[in-house]
Design a protein around this ligand. Structure first.
Ligand code: ZN
Length: 285
């Protein structure tokens, strides 16, 4: 093989460990923009719509925190020691109401101060119907795009992650907190009037919110006057039947790229949640 041919092949293939896709809102009515990230390499996925795409797992997984090779990925891309040691992998991140910082048992108190003792937003979103969720203020709108929400509305701002957990627990009495990812990927989601839903829920949960105000102070939980946002995803064709690819079962994922929604690639051969495979080393062509 001569040098020119080698160069052409290098241009066509990128290789590295997967991070979650970078997703940003489109400008002026354009669909959301997706960038695949493999190590230092970047690939504009919107430009690949309607074209063949092939991802091949090399068999290697590197911990996204320490870089160590790991046979298995824990908590979306961590090695086992990091999974057991890092505050971001603790169960209180998924269930913020169980925050144990004040018991003196936070795995990394400084990390907790930087990430959990920061303003959080409680939002309503429409990913597969109405849901409630929480996120750090700085993670808006990334969080909604990662979930494949077609609409989102911030409704409350709270002082800490733990408070957001208590508020979410309250809202869960009335509304889902999960996305049905199969429904999200099929794309038959009816738009909702999120402002009307907010007003309905705030009225219905008035008593519970008053209790939280009493516990944390009137300033701690504030109603936001935000406008709803809407997102249009780059999808040529939604799948009628959902078949999932999984690198652990078949290291080659190939097909024509039909769409991008949430952290999923939609191929004519099936769908894959790339976030689930964070840290997996892949070659992309
Ligand atoms: Zn690690």
């Amino acid at each position: 093989m001569n040098i020119i041919e080698k160069t052409e092949i290098n241009l066509a293939v990128i290789q590295g460990c997967l991070s979650k896709m970078a997703i940003v809102p489109g400008e002026q009515g354009e669909p959301v923009r997706y960038t695949l990230r493999a190590g230092e390499e970047r690939l504009d996925l919107n430009a690949r719509l309607g074209k063949p795409l092939r991802l091949t797992w090399t068999g290697a997984i590197a911990c996204t925190h320490c870089g160590r090779a790991t046979k298995k990925s824990f908590a979306q891309g961590h090695c086992y020691p990091c999974f057991k040691k890092l505050a971001q992998c603790d169960t209180c991140i998924m269930k913020p109401e169980t925050c144990h910082f004040f018991a003196g048992t936070c795995r990394e108190p400084e990390w907790g101060e930087r990430h959990c003792f920061q303003p959080h937003v409680v939002y309503l979103a429409n990913s597969s119907g109405l849901k409630v969720g929480i996120t750090r203020g700085t993670q808006v709108p990334t969080r909604w795009l990662d979930q494949g929400a077609i609409q989102a509305l911030p409704i409350l701002q709270v002082e800490t992650r733990q408070q957001s957990g208590f508020v979410e627990m309250l809202f869960k009495e009335e509304v889902a907190d999960r996305t049905n990812w199969r429904a999200m990927l099929k794309g038959e989601i009816e738009p909702l009037d999120l402002c009307a839903e907010r007003d309905r829920l705030l009225a219905r949960l008035e008593g519970g919110l008053a209790n939280l105000h009493e516990r944390f102070g009137a300033e701690a939980i504030q109603v936001l006057e935000a406008s709803p946002m809407a997102f249009d995803y780059p999808v040529l064709e939604f799948p009628r039947k959902i078949v999932s690819h999984n690198f652990d079962k078949n290291p080659v994922v190939a097909g024509t790229l039909l769409g991008l929604k949430g952290q999923y690639l939609i191929l004519d051969s099936g769908v894959i949640n790339l976030r689930k495979f964070t840290g997996y080393e892949v070659a992309v062509a």
